[in-house]
Design a protein around this ligand. Structure first.
Ligand code: SAM
Length: 277
């Protein structure tokens, strides 16, 4: 499949000298059936803005521009990709804005209107820190459709009591519904990464699973999972020396371990840490 007026992606890569750089987590998607599938997985985009982080040579960007999205804003760190993306912008006048920046240093919510979708094949080295920032804005982003290493995808969507359940799952599922949508094998990428990848879908919940202050919840969850094999009365001592009493106030057996607690129970711990009874 190709888009009229656009050269094949391999030619774009050759012409602009976009040999993949490991340090930038560059694993490109050149099969437009796959990029289409990711764009479709994002659901209805009609009239919405889309933020793409790391457009690279623009394969996924092409698929996004073929949807009914109002506009795509693409943030790319690699200077070499900018000219290639400018050619793409010229084919879709007024619909693609390319920003050359480090996504870790941009305020994503300032780049797109409320309700915007974030859709990206993320660079592995910065995917998780970026996700943590975006998770803080369920009020602004209407959905996220993101490619991660399969193991990270499992950690995002993990349920309590399972192997992958940890800080990422608690912070993600507190205010978002999460789902692993589909896997992609290494051969889907150029060059192929070492491991399988997966696309995760996140949609903001109308209400958080339970009330809590985000900063406090994050501190409690980090402390609890920092020593995930220990009982909570031990692992939480750094936050409140009388951790056993604190756990009692929150109605949680102090002998339990972090991985058995539901998101609601972590929220109860965060609330009682802030206002002890
Ligand atoms: N979207 C393209 C695709 O699917 O073929 C490229 C995906 S590649 C996995 C990740 C992209 O993110 C690369 O283009 C890389 O240059 C870019 N990138 C890496 N670190 C970045 C950062 N901190 N901010 C913005 N872009 C970054």
């Amino acid at each position: 499949m190709s888009v009229p007026g656009l050269p094949p992606l391999r030619e774009v890569i050759r012409r602009h000298g976009l040999d993949a750089r490991k340090g930038l987590g560059q694993h490109f998607l050149l099969d437009l059936n796959i990029t289409d599938k990711i764009a479709r997985a994002a659901g209805v985009l009609t009239g919405r803005e889309v933020l793409e982080v790391g457009p690279g040579p623009g394969g996924l960007t092409r698929a996004l521009l073929e949807t009914d999205a109002a506009r795509v804003v693409a943030v790319e760190k690699d200077e070499r990709c900018i000219a290639a993306l400018a050619e793409l912008a010229a084919v879709y006048p007024g619909r693609l804005e390319v920003i050359r920046a480090d996504a870790l240093e941009t305020e994503a919510a300032e780049l797109v209107r409320p309700g915007a979708a974030i859709i990206a094949n993320l660079p592995y080295n910065v995917g998780t820190p970026l996700l943590f920032r975006w998770l803080a804005r369920p009020d602004h982003f209407g959905s996220m459709t993101l490619m991660f290493q399969r193991e990270v995808a499992e950690r995002i969507a993990a349920r309590p009591g399972t192997k992958h359940y940890g800080r990422l799952a608690v912070m993600a599922n507190w205010r978002w519904s999460t789902r692993v949508l589909f896997d992609l094998p290494p051969r889907a990428f150029t060059p192929p990464p070492k491991v399988t990848s997966a696309v995760v879908g996140l949609t903001p919940r109308t209400e958080a699973l339970a009330p809590a202050d985000a900063g406090t919840l994050s501190r409690v969850v980090a402390a609890a999972f920092n020593q995930r094999r220990k009982m909570l009365r031990q692992s939480l001592k750094g936050l409140r020396p009388d951790a056993e009493a604190w756990l009692g106030e929150a109605g949680i057996d102090p002998r339990r371990r972090a991985e058995t607690l539901t998101v609601e129970e972590f929220c109860a711990l965060a609330r009682t840490l802030q206002s002890p009874r």
